[in-house]
Design a protein around this ligand. Structure first.
Ligand SMILES: NC(=O)c1ccc[n+]([C@@H]2O[C@H](COP(=O)([O-])OP(=O)(O)OC[C@H]3O[C@@H](n4cnc5c(N)ncnc54)[C@H](OP(=O)(O)O)[C@@H]3O)[C@@H](O)[C@H]2O)c1
Length: 293
């Protein structure tokens, strides 16, 4: 397989870092797009090989713009984009707003990955077989009534809980994947979503968590898989030649295709969520189904 250019957000830690390591090991060029450059440098030292670091804070629109401007200068083609980073600090008591005026979890986990993907779309389409991989959560299975509140996605009028905000953002990523795969259907590029299962977290990264939550995570870790295991699914979805025609799929570990919820597949819901997304971003989609055809 020829060397690919692979961009992974939040690759300084957990599954993103493990995936970067595996892909570099297989001879690919991996860009670790991270918000904290000290952590990024430490990760890059550990990963070595053909890895590079670049600054990207998904809670900042300006940072997404600066990063994509840089990526345009550096790369003619991007073969794989993995929207892996996420804000899932479940100890937040109140909603936090970004400097651009968005609820932080909604922006970081949904709006920013859409903006990032959109601004890199020409480079992904330029690849012989570009792959966009979004990342969702198996935890949505425990929330069968989860919706994307299109009238109030940022908890302006309803009580905020970090879990509701997090799962709303992950559901929106599922919906985005279905929509994006449709938009890309006349091209060689694909869009899929990985449903991440219960993966061991490095608790030293989360000193802010209250003790009861640390205990809960410690208990959960007994049933967790290692980031390295989850990363194998990332690597396959990113690189396996047999998957080149798979698009619009939700993929669980270990490489198991699973259905999206009826809510995520509902055409009206997709239209409402994607209209909201682009309206909030204040841009038009860079690729549309009609254009792709
Ligand atoms: N672990 C699980 O059990 C689990 C379950 C379901 C889904 N997931 C999903 O799996 C993905 C990977 O998570 P993980 O388990 O590897 O957790 P992790 O080790 O905590 O990694 C999360 C990464 O996201 C980065 N990040 C957070 N906010 C960011 C921002 N504003 N801009 C740029 N990067 C940001 C973090 O950077 P810093 O190091 O700077 O904080 C970190 O690199 C996430 O999408 C998560 O939602 C995980």
């Amino acid at each position: 397989m020829s060397a690919k250019t692979i961009l992974i957000t939040g690759a300084n830690s957990g599954t993103g870092k493990a995936a970067a390591k595996q892909m570099v090991h297989h001879g690919h060029r991996v860009i670790l797009a991270c918000r904290n450059m000290e952590k990024a440098e430490a990760a890059q030292k550990e990963i070595g090989g053909n890895s590079r670091i670049a600054e990207l804070d998904l809670a900042s629109r300006r940072s997404v713009h600066a990063f994509t401007d840089w990526a345009h200068q550096e790369f003619e083609e991007i073969d794989v984009l993995i929207n892996n980073a996420a804000d899932f600090n479940l100890s937040k008591k109140e909603r936090e707003m970004t400097s651009d005026g968005f609820e932080r979890i909604w922006f970081t986990n949904h709006l920013a990955p859409v903006l990032l993907t959109d601004r890199l779309m020409d480079r992904i389409i330029a690849s012989p077989q570009g792959r966009i991989i979004n990342v969702s959560s198996k935890g949505l299975l425990a929330r069968p009534f989860q919706t994307v509140e299109v009238e109030d996605p940022m908890f302006g009028k309803r009580p905020f809980t970090p879990a509701a905000a997090y799962y709303q953002s992950k559901l929106a990523q599922n919906i985005y994947t279905i929509w994006l795969a449709h938009q890309l259907s006349g091209t060689m590029a694909t869009a899929n979503c990985i449903r991440v299962t219960n993966v061991k977290l490095n608790m030293s990264r989360h000193p802010e968590l209250p003790q009861w939550m640390k205990n809960l995570y410690t208990l959960k870790s007994l049933f967790s898989i290692a980031p390295e295991q989850m990363a194998e699914t990332y690597a396959k979805v990113a690189l396996d030649p047999d998957l080149k025609n798979i698009s619009g799929a939700l993929i669980d570990h270990p490489l198991k295709r699973v259905p999206f919820s009826a809510y995520a597949k509902d055409p009206l819901c997709i239209e409402q969520v994607m209209n909201l997304t682009y309206r909030q971003l204040g841009i038009n989609p860079s690729i549309s189904f009609e254009e792709a055809m």
